[in-house]
Design a protein around this ligand. Structure first.
Ligand SMILES: *Cc1c(COP(=O)(O)O)cnc(C)c1O
Length: 411
């Protein structure tokens, strides 16, 4: 009689799910039955105001962005049915990559199905044995995983983490790396431009100077800054006058070596990611990057929508100004109603409430009041710093902001 060997997966997974539920960390998905916009239809709740999407410029449901996707679908069909290097490069990909390079002020860009994929491509492709990658401790999960993957794929790549936005800590790590006999190659320093949980920004001029001193390459994931930071919404580098081609560029500040970014937030909100920077890097990605050699290209429809979204952003910088006005208004009104909102120039407004259970119940109560704001607690943020995270959009009106603040006051 054949015996059946034990299979541990089922029991252990049931136990994990049960303990998540018990500790109040179980995520229940909210289903929307309308496009992403300032106000959305949520199953079970009806119309609610949305203050937790990354639809910073309100482009996700902008008619020209939708129309560009439809036109792309008509002309090019559903998808590429191929990776880029075989037969999956369509003219909208080239067009989008030219547009991104123009927007970012870089020599070139190359797209992926997500920024997660772009991140997963960059370090394992760029790094070689003897290199050292230094990362801010609050960097996005895709950067952390990319660095971990690099040290597996390219044996002999070393890594370090510096204290959040702390130049002295970064310097100490670079000095230690320089005197490590195993570190004989390129030094890399990587940071988010805008940090998603705090809504704060990296000190790019300070990091640039530090990188110059050590001959390190500066890589910035600016996903939360596209359409938000800088006078014309080009990103954190524009905020610091480090964006070639943008108003106010000051060559003395230097610039960023390579960017990663997403097309799934302010730049249309569809999907997709990119690497932007000098051509030698994007060429190396085309030759050697595993997520593009072995995985399909961005769907053409999505490329067409993203291209239109970026064109609108470049043609209509007043959208960025409207977002900035909304952020200023919401920040002032929330503070005036007695809440403790973290100061920053971004469109992310975290209100610290302390306790995780409190953040979750406040978020639930807000939803019942018709306002969709997400609550984050431990382990996503440190114990005792649970928060409501409000995200503003250019699509919000003053009336929406009044309703948000009214609901907060009721809490
Ligand atoms: C949202 C985000 C990503 C993920 O982007 P996708 O295109 O959805 O994969 C990557 N990095 C940062 C910093 C982000 O905020």
């Amino acid at each position: 009689m054949p015996t059946t060997a034990a299979r541990p997966f089922d029991a252990r997974t049931d136990e994990t799910l049960r303990s998540l539920d018990e500790s109040g960390q179980y995520k229940r998905l909210h289903t929307l039955e309308s496009p992403m916009d300032a106000s959305v239809q949520m199953r079970g709740y009806g119309e609610v105001l949305c203050f937790c999407s990354n639809n910073y410029l309100g482009l996700a449901n902008e008619p020209r962005v939708v129309e560009a996707g439809i036109e792309g679908l008509r002309r090019y069909g559903a998808g590429t049915a191929s990776v880029r290097f075989i037969c999956g490069t369509f003219s909208p990909h080239e067009q989008l990559e030219r547009t991104i390079a123009q927007y970012m002020g870089t020599e070139s860009s190359y797209t992926f199905v997500s920024c997660w994929n772009a991140s997963e491509a960059i370090f394992p492709t760029f790094c070689e044995a003897g290199d050292y990658i230094l990362s801010d401790e609050l960097n996005h999960a895709c950067i952390i995983d990319s660095i971990r993957l690099t040290s597996v794929i390219k044996k002999g790549v070393k890594k370090g983490v510096f204290k959040h936005s702390d130049l002295a800590s970064a310097r100490a790590k670079l000095e230690a790396a320089r005197s490590d006999p195993d570190v004989t190659g390129q030094l890399w320093l990587v940071t988010d431009g805008v940090f998603s949980m705090e809504g704060d920004i990296a000190d790019l001029p300070g990091l640039r100077r530090l990188c110059n001193e050590f001959g390190a390459m500066l890589v910035v994931d600016d996903s939360h800054a596209h359409g938000v930071m800088g006078q014309t919404g080009r990103g954190t580098h524009e905020h610091y006058n480090m964006c070639p081609g943008a108003p106010g560029f000051d060559a003395a500040n230097g610039t960023v070596d390579y960017f990663t970014g997403t097309l799934g937030k302010g730049l249309g909100g569809g999907a997709g990611g990119f690497i932007a920077g000098p051509k030698r890097g994007t060429e190396l990605i085309i030759q050697r990057g595993r997520p593009t050699l072995f995985s399909n290209a961005l769907p053409v429809t999505v490329a067409c929508s993203a291209n239109e979204a970026i064109r609108i952003l470049m043609d209509e910088p007043q959208r960025v100004q409207r977002l900035r006005d909304n952020v200023a208004s919401a920040r002032a009104k929330i503070a005036a109603s007695g809440f403790d909102v973290l100061e920053s120039p971004t469109a992310i407004l975290p209100i610290i409430v302390g306790d995780t259970a409190k953040a979750i119940s406040m978020s639930q109560r807000l939803l019942e009041l018709g306002v969709f704001v997400i609550g984050f607690g431990y382990p996503v943020v440190p114990e005792g710093t649970a928060r409501l995270r409000i995200q503003m959009s250019a699509a919000h009106t003053e009336e929406h902001i009044e309703r948000l603040v009214g609901a907060l006051k009721k809490l």
